[in-house]
Ligand binder design. Structure first.
Ligand SMILES: C[C@H](O)[C@H](O)[C@H]1CNC2=NC(N)=NC(=O)C2=N1
Length: 96
C-alpha cells in the first residue's frame, strides 16, 4: 500500500474554515456542539460509518452534547487529503 502524502495542517485549514490547528502537532481539530446527547451520538454514528468506509478514523472525545474531533493520518505522521475528506464528511453530517 502506498503511504498517503502529507499535505500539512495549513493547506487543509485553507479549505476547512470551521477547523483549526492543533498546538504542537500536524493535525486539525473542530469542536461540535449538538442539541443533546442523542444528537451528538447520532452524528458520531454517521461519522463512524463514513470513517469505516473510508478506512480513515478520527481521534475524538464525547461528553453529553459535545464532540471534540482531531484528525491526522498516523501513516503519514500528519494531515493528508484523507483528513480533509473526513472533515468535509463530518461537517455535512453535523449539518443534517
Ligand atoms: C490498516 C488500516 O488501513 C490503517 O491502519 C488505517 C486505518 N485508519 C487510519 N486512520 C487514521 N487517522 N490514520 C491512519 O493512518 C489510518 N490508517
Amino acid at each position: 500500500m502506498t503511504r498517503p502524502v502529507k499535505i500539512g495542517a495549513a493547506a487543509a485549514l485553507a479549505r476547512l474554515p470551521l477547523w483549526s490547528a492543533v498546538e504542537g502537532r500536524d493535525a486539525i481539530q473542530r469542536s461540535f456542539r449538538f442539541e443533546d446527547f442523542n444528537a451528538a451520538f447520532g452524528f458520531m454514528t454517521r461519522a463512524a460509518l463514513a470513517a469505516e468506509k473510508l478506512d480513515h478514523h478520527p481521534e475524538w472525545f464525547n461528553v453529553y452534547n459535545r464532540v471534540e474531533v482531531l484528525l491526522a493520518t498516523h501513516d503519514a505522521d500528519g494531515v493528508t487529503e484523507l483528513d480533509v475528506t473526513l472533515a468535509q464528511i463530518m461537517d455535512a453530517a453535523a449539518a443534517t
